[in-house]
Design a protein around this ligand. Structure first.
Ligand code: ADP
Ligand code: ADP
Length: 245
């Protein structure tokens, strides 16, 4: 066991954490925070955007269907994304829980997830049931202009996946990953025109999830308009409180 000095969070390889959902608009910091939470609890970060981009790069059947949709900033059809998540949740590393980053993004996806978790729970022992308990939803709230700046400034490492920002989280050497020296890349959909479509899709299709999860009492709001460490501390403390309930 390893205790973090600044908070009551205890790192352990045994604790069952259950499903965690990161909810928030593009640029809110879901990927950045999901990575930190995943490392803290030793659970996998499941990013539907990353899985889709990997499929596009490998030109799989799914990737070929998703490419043009993603490039114009629309959402990939629910059935395709849900099938992809269903396969991922069956993998052995989800035994203590998992953190979903970018999923669900529509009410249909959220309803599907609830049903899917219930289905998995039905066939499990006690530990397996806890790993697939109803999810805790962390909602990141960030002001619109800040989102635009975060998205236009976002760069990522194609090798280790680390996320940078030319304005807020620059690498030590411009354009180069601090960890492995790879040349950083900008996502094809992080252009102003596509960003505006993605933010519209968020408002219309994803924002209704706030009401959906609030109704179940499992939604926690976090101020995402703070430095990365402050956001992380608020999220971890929210998770610890929920787990103590
Ligand atoms: P961001 O982190 O900026 O919100 P993501 O990497 O999560 O972006 O998603 C990139 C794109 O992948 C989305 O604009 C959408 O086209 C597709 N995508 C990712 N997750 C989903 C999902 N759950 N449902 C539908 N489309 C998705
Ligand atoms: P999302 O997955 O929600 O689209 P990311 O985690 O990819 O968001 O973050 C979007 C951009 O904003 C990245 O360039 C990241 O470095 C930066 N970023 C993330 N969190 C913060 C923060 N708290 N303050 C400033 N910039 C941030």
């Amino acid at each position: 066991m390893e205790a973090r000095t600044s908070s009551a969070v205890v790192k352990t390889d045994q604790r069952v954490v259950g499903p965690i959902i990161m909810l928030g608009p593009p640029g809110a910091g879901k990927g950045t925070q999901a990575k930190l939470i995943a490392e803290t609890y030793g659970i996998p970060q499941i990013s539907t955007g990353d899985i889709l981009r990997d499929n596009v790069a490998r030109k799989t059947e799914l990737g070929v269907k998703a490419k043009a949709i993603m490039e114009r900033g629309d959402l990939v059809p629910d059935d395709l994304v849900c099938d992809m998540v269903a396969d991922r949740l069956l993998m052995a590393d989800c035994y203590k829980g998992f953190i979903l980053d970018g999923f669900p993004r529509t009410v249909r996806q959220a309803e599907w997830l609830d049903a899917q978790l219930e289905k998995i729970r039905a066939g499990q022992d006690a530990a397996g049931r806890a790993a697939c308990a109803p999810p805790i939803v962390l909602r990141l709230v960030v002001e619109y202009n800040q989102l635009l700046q975060r998205l236009t400034g976002r760069r990522s490492c194609p090798t280790c996946g680390l996320i940078y920002n030319v304005y807020f989280q620059p690498p030590k050497v411009q354009g180069i990953c601090d960890v492995d020296g790879s040349t950083l890349v900008q996502r094809r959909d992080d252009t102003e025109e596509v960003i505006s479509e993605r933010l519209k899709a968020y408002e219309q299709l994803t924002l209704p999830l706030v009401d959906y999860y609030q109704a179940s009492g499992r939604l926690v709001e976090v101020n995402g308009d703070q430095p990365v460490d402050a956001v992380a501390a608020q999220m971890l403390s929210a998770l610890e409180n929920v787990h103590r309930l």
